[in-house]
Every structure is written in structure tokens, then in C-alpha cells.
Design a protein around this ligand. Structure first.
Ligand code: SAM
Length: 198
């Protein structure tokens, strides 16, 4: 199966069946997938789920596609597109079981905080639209303490989300490429997950 996915129409919400053939299977999104380390690893762990990785850089999209092919993951695809647009305008409504945002660019300067995905109303309301009501989850990891606190504060103000516990080793969850890099430098990784309420 060709692992690079390009929608036939970029100007309407997709149906799940346009991305993977069986819409009854859970669909997970790896937003800003980088080189695809996480996508290929989690798709190998969960052959019963489908994974769409999203990345804007061509070279990283190609690396992700190569990793999915090398891991023989027919349940992993990658799409080259901007994250906020993908979530707000493209992904299927109530069709996503988990969205992973792992080590996103932290935009540390105060005047750049508006570029943070977790500060974008387009992204947050899109997330509410696409996650399965009652069961859909948003999972975040960040090496950047202030970015992480920014996310915790934003989600606390949104009544459609409930924070869930996420102790280490709660469920199989491969490390990402950036996570491995930050851990090797002695940094800490913060993690949190939220459920989309019905
Ligand atoms: C810090 S890296 C983390 C990559 C991967 N998630 C990991 O943890 O190894 C952030 C990735 O998000 C991508 N990215 C940043 N902003 C994006 C956007 N608005 N749309 C799509 N991809 C984006 C970058 O190109 C980069 O590959």
C-alpha cells in the first residue's frame, strides 16, 4: 500500500473511508510526526488500528513513508500538510480516537506564543470536532515546561475536555525521535492526556 496520502479534495471534511479502507477501525493521528519514528513504532504495536501522520516538511514526510514501508505497516500513512488546517478543516468529524502531539515546536519567545498550536482557537475547536465524543483522546508530550503549563491552563478552561491520568508505562507508548534526543541531554519530558467528553 502506498504510505503517502493526498486527499482528493482539500476543501471539505474527509470521511474516514477516504483515508483507510475500513472505517470501523480506530483512527489515530500523529501531528507533526517528524521523521516518523513514533508512527512506525506505534503502528507496529497496534496492527488493529490505523495511523495517519501529518508533517509539513517534505524530507520528513519521505522519511516517515520509508519507515512505514520498512516496518511493513499497511496501517500507517503520512500526509504533507499544515497541522492546524488539517485538524480544523480536513479530518473527519467525530472520527479520531487519539490525536498525538509529541514534542511540538515550543515557540519559546513571548511574542511568538501566538504560533503555538495549543494557543490556536482554530486548532482547539477543530480538536473538539474531530475527537470521538466520550472516548477520543488528545495526548501531549513536551520537553518545554512553560509550553506544557500553557497547554494545561488552556485545556482547564474548556469544559469539553477532561484530564486523564497518564502514569509512566500505563500503556505501550514508544518514544519519539525528539524525546530520545532530549532525554539523552538530561532533559525531562512532560506528558498529559485529555478525554473528549460526550
Ligand atoms: C520538534 S519536531 C517533533 C517531531 C516528532 N513529533 C518527534 O517528537 O520526534 C516538530 C515537528 O513538527 C513539524 N511541524 C511544526 N509545525 C508544523 C505545522 N504547523 N504543520 C505541520 N507540521 C509542523 C516540524 O516540521 C517537525 O517535524
Amino acid at each position: 500500500m502506498q504510505p503517502v496520502f493526498a486527499p482528493a479534495n482539500y476543501f471539505r471534511h474527509l470521511e474516514k473511508s477516504e483515508i483507510f479502507p475500513d472505517p470501523s477501525r480506530p483512527l489515530e493521528i500523529d501531528l507533526g510526526c517528524g521523521d516518523g519514528t513514533f508512527t512506525a513504532a506505534i503502528a507496529s504495536i497496534h496492527p488493529e488500528r490505523d495511523f495517519l501522520a501529518v508533517e509539513r516538511l517534505k524530507g520528513r514526510v519521505e522519511k516517515t513513508a520509508r519507515k512505514a514501508l520498512a516496518a511493513h505497516c499497511a496501517n500507517a500513512k503520512v500526509m504533507r500538510l499544515e497541522s492546524a488546517y488539517t485538524v480544523a478543516w480536513l479530518l473527519p468529524s467525530a472520527g479520531v480516537s487519539r490525536l498525538h502531539l509529541l514534542c511540538p515546536d515550543p515557540w519559546p519567545k513571548k511574542r511568538h506564543h501566538k504560533h503555538r498550536l495549543i494557543n490556536s482557537e482554530e486548532f482547539l475547536s477543530g480538536l473538539e470536532r474531530i475527537l470521538e465524543p466520550g472516548t477520543g483522546e488528545f495526548l501531549l508530550k513536551s520537553d518545554h515546561e512553560e509550553y506544557f503549563q500553557n497547554a494545561i491552563e488552556n485545556f482547564a478552561t474548556r469544559p469539553t475536555f477532561e484530564r486523564l491520568p497518564w502514569p509512566p508505562d500505563a500503556f505501550p507508548y514508544p518514544q519519539t525521535d525528539f524525546e530520545k534526543h532530549w532525554l539523552s541531554q538530561g532533559k525531562s519530558i512532560h506528558q498529559a492526556r485529555w478525554r473528549r467528553l460526550p
